[in-house]
Ligand binder design. Structure first.
Ligand SMILES: NC(=O)c1ccc[n+]([C@@H]2O[C@H](COP(=O)([O-])OP(=O)(O)OC[C@H]3O[C@@H](n4cnc5c(N)ncnc54)[C@H](OP(=O)(O)O)[C@@H]3O)[C@@H](O)[C@H]2O)c1
Length: 172
């Protein structure tokens, strides 16, 4: 059954969670503000705040609401981005990049906490994908989705607390 929710709104997330009895897979996909027009030294902090609200706290909020409905065998996949890799951090898209680095940190913290629960928690980058955000020139949506679904379909002894694209590890 499809449910509508705004990941930035506590009440909306709580109302959606109340409709869910059991959840096997949570994919935190919602993302905003690929802020190519900004620089770190002059970024509009209202934009930074909004990026954090959706890209970091949105995933965190939905996870907290849904986790009580998950059991062993559960999978949590946070859709991140290479733009959030500290190892490869450039100056561009500051709000987006910082929000995805923070999402990666949340991923690792949660995975560590849940290590003995049988719930696998990973961050994945879909690659550059031709969506509204990615624009023309990116790869087909099916390929980006496959990169995400890899972490959904992991076996019970699969990795947790990692950052992947197309099933291959990325540097944090
Ligand atoms: N496209 C790329 O090249 C690329 C690369 C790396 C990572 N990513 C990541 O992949 C994920 C999907 O991005 P996309 O390319 O599909 O972007 P998109 O085309 O802009 O779609 C963004 C999605 O997020 C949803 N969303 C935004 N704010 C929301 C909120 N407050 N509550 C609930 N849903 C919300 C939107 O829903 P509505 O349409 O209903 O607003 C839409 O479905 C994002 O996390 C993005 O950062 C994308």
């Amino acid at each position: 059954m499809p449910l509508r929710l705004d990941v930035a709104d506590d009440d909306s997330v709580a109302a959606a969670a109340a409709e869910v009895e059991h959840l096997d897979v949570l994919v935190n996909n919602a993302g905003v503000l690929y802020d190519t027009w900004q620089h770190p030294s002059t970024a509009d902090l209202a934009v930074v705040r909004e990026a954090l609200e959706v890209n970091l706290l949105g995933a965190w909020r939905v996870t907290e609401a849904m986790l009580p409905r998950m059991g062993r065998g559960g999978r949590i996949v946070n859709v991140s981005s290479g733009a959030g890799s500290l190892a490869r951090m450039g100056a561009g898209t500051p709000a987006y990049g910082v929000s995805k680095a923070a999402l990666n940190a949340f991923t690792l913290k949660l995975a560590t906490e849940l290590r003995d629960t049988g719930i696998l928690v990973n961050a994945v980058c879909p690659g550059w994908v031709a969506t509204d955000m990615g624009g023309a020139g990116g790869r087909p949506v099916e390929e980006g989705a496959a990169s995400v679904l890899w972490a959904v379909d992991l076996p019970d002894d699969g990795p947790t607390g990692g950052f992947f694209r197309d099933g291959r590890r990325l540097e944090w």
